[in-house]
Design a protein around this ligand. Sequence first.
Ligand code: PHE
Length: 348
Amino acid sequence: METIEEKLSKLVSDTLASLNDINSDLDRELEDLRVSVMGKKGSLTEILKGMKDLSAEMRPVVGKHVNEARDVLTQAFDQAAKDMEADRIAKQLAAESIDVTLPGRPVKRGQAHILTQTSQEIEDIFLGMGYQIVDGFEVESDHYNFERMNLPKDHPARDMQDTFYITEEVLLRTHTSPVQARTMEKHDFSQGPLKMISPGRVYRRDTDDATHSHQFHQIEGLVVGQGISMADLKGTLELILQKMFGKDRKIRLRPSYFPFTEPSVEVDVSCFKCGGQGCNVCKQTGWIEILGAGMVHPQVLEMSGIDSSQYSGFAFGLGQERIAMLRYGINDIRGFYLGDQRFSEQFK
Ligand code: PHE
């Protein structure tokens, strides 16, 4: 039969061997082993049961061995637990380590929306020519949007700009032209001529497709003073269109109709892609229709309290989307409003 000492030394060596083999990732394994050896019903307790059969003189001798074995085991388990913890921390640190020599990640920078860029560019050009930039209201009255623009109730030309009514008298503006009337009636001509542009959003009851949107952006332009003529209109538009589309551009005026200008014109710019030979951008005509303009109708001046025998003016309205679509070859107007970064990021 094995003696208690033999059993003890076997238990110690077996346990140490098991501790060596233990999976250091599994706390559970260590704990199970500890309980099976040191626990109340563990192997050590089992061996100690044999003590009662020992003689009185042998008991202290064997007892000393028992204590030594328990100390060795306790220490081995403590050490194993510490090693496991250290091992886990080391692994975690290795996984999380920061390489301070790595170059930094570039901060992703956004950019202004292409329409904002377009209007800012146009604003800068006009600011340089002494124009003021005026804000208007997107929710307008019928009075300013139509009546003061020489479009009385039941005027057939109202059909060209059907819109969203809030009440019979309040609507979403169909164009930036009401800003003309709002600015004219406030202007003090003793301080010099009125020169302004007004960028902003407008609304029409349109069905959305690749080239139409129920809301889009215009820039209104207005100059009123003494002796303002069609030549001033033409010179101004030529300059701005050359800045936008290249210094070799020519412009062409075609007769048109707007109730608030007389005469009214459609303004074309010579094609910036083919230079006038004819291509897909200009639909083989060499010219691109770009904006509407004209001399401010005397009636519109008078309604704003301006003496049309003394003063005259020109006005124009351009579509921001149209300008941007032409310049950047954008073929679907809906792209402007999607908020899709893949669209926006192209215009850095
Ligand atoms: N308001 C016109 C439109 O939206 C454009 C325009 C403005 C025409 C000023 C002439 C003068 O169609």
